[in-house]
Design a protein around this ligand. Structure first.
Ligand code: ACO
Length: 378
């Protein structure tokens, strides 16, 4: 069936059913399996939410323990991949590196082409576990540091911080990072999830689907926004300059990064959770002006743009939280991928159970029934 009404950006187009994530953009509600994101952030972990999305239900204690053990057992990546990462040119964008590394990882997986339900599930577990090791290895090599091997006695979040910094994080740091991961695990039919599904819908393999998704997340309108927020904060410098800076930008009709969302026309609930943690860290550690600058920007944005449904999104505060954990802004987007890998896998698995190749259409506006013009006559 074709229609002549164009849904620009596919806005409002429904193409499948899902039991994983519910979003009410007008009320600022995000739920996974019906449970509000605030409760996942407060009570759960990255590991549990990943299981819940992959199985579309909460795990029992023994199931969660088994899943956690499987993630831990799959953390190591082939030595060839580490060598490849070490050989990447210095200064490449970490998302370029991640895209290449995931694709390369597939070459070493004897079961990479398995697209049965069980095959996709097993690959999902491996990919979730190994993403962490790959991203930490990319960050270490880009910083000229030796790669740190994973440890099996730490949580997913704690192990990642350990591999990234070479130091075991405090319990509070690991928990804060875990919450940041939980907030980013899934978000309905965002561009990268849709990209993963589009690739998988051709009955392509998991590595191809996830490599496509990484490429999609790389763009500044999607995953790159929190890095851009930090650039903006560094450009502003001190809180006394924040209001004038934002006002001038808005007067010039420039977009403010970390603000606005295709779905949310009210506060993104994830931004509220992150704001509270950013405030807590700023108060406790007094590390930077970042939080104070963001508070000022938020006030101006709400004053000037709330009538258009523009409010801070998840990226607005996430950068300061990462920055306070000692993570450099170049690695913010890969960290988004570190969390979203679970959502990508769960969504691909859910969709391919009732697969239909994605094939939208475009309204043709070119010439019709034209005669071919010989090259010498053009
Ligand atoms: N700053 C200032 N004004 C904005 C912003 C912004 N960030 N975003 C939207 N607006 C304005 C638009 O200029 C437009 O105004 P107009 O009606 O006067 O022309 C109006 O709000 C509607 O905006 P659209 O561009 O139509 O919104 P759309 O849904 O297409 O875009 C997007 C959503 C891409 C996220 C946009 O808000 C944006 O570019 N934000 C900055 C980048 C960002 O933070 N991305 C992260 C998104 S969340 C994520 O991926 C995890």
């Amino acid at each position: 069936m074709t229609t002549t009404t164009i849904a620009k950006g596919l806005e409002g187009v429904l193409f499948t059913e899902t039991k994983l994530t519910f979003i009410d953009g007008t009320a600022g509600v995000l739920e996974h399996l019906g449970i509000p994101i605030q409760q996942w952030a407060e009570k759960s972990t990255f590991e549990e939410l990943s299981f819940a999305l992959l199985h579309a239900r909460l795990p029992k204690a023994d199931e969660l323990a088994q899943f956690d053990a499987a993630l831990k057992a799959n953390r190591a990546v082939p030595a060839e991949l580490v060598s490849l990462i070490e050989a990447f040119p210095k200064g490449v964008h970490p998302m370029q590196a991640l895209r290449t590394a995931v694709s390369h990882l597939g070459l070493f997986d004897a079961d990479a082409e398995n697209i049965t339900e069980e095959g996709r599930y097993a690959l999902s577990v491996r990919l979730i576990a190994q993403f962490s090791t790959i991203i930490a290895a990319i960050a270490r090599t880009q910083e000229g540091q030796p790669v740190v091997a994973p440890r099996a006695d730490l949580t997913h979040a704690g192990n990642f911080l350990y591999m990234l910094t070479g130091k075991e994080p405090t319990e509070e740091q690991a928990r804060l990072f875990d919450i940041a991961l939980v907030l980013h695990v899934d978000h309905g039919m965002n561009a990268s999830t849709f990209t993963a599904i589009a690739t998988a819908s051709t009955l392509s393999d998991m590595y191809s689907a996830i490599t496509s998704a990484v490429g999609s997340l790389k763009g500044p309108l999607h995953g790159g926004a929190n890095e851009a927020v930090m650039d903006m904060l560094d450009e502003i410098g001190t809180v006394d300059k924040a209001e004038a800076y934002i006002t001038e930008k808005l007067d010039r009709k420039e977009k403010i990064m970390g603000v606005g969302h295709r779905v949310y026309k009210y506060f993104d609930p994830r931004s509220r959770v992150l704001r509270d943690y950013a405030a807590h860290v700023a108060e406790k550690e007094g590390k930077s002006d970042y939080y104070a600058i963001l508070e000022t920007i938020e006030r101006v944005i709400v004053e000037r743009l709330s009538s258009k449904g523009i409010y801070p999104n998840v990226d607005f505060y996430s950068g300061t939280v990462y920055s306070d954990l000692g993570i450099k802004k170049e690695f913010f987007t890969p960290i988004f991928a570190l969390a979203r890998i679970s959502g990508w896998c769960a969504s691909v698995n859910e969709y391919t159970l009732n697969n239909r190749i994605l094939r939208p259409d475009a309204v043709y506006t070119g010439a019709r029934e034209a005669a071919y013009v010989e090259i010498q006559d053009r």
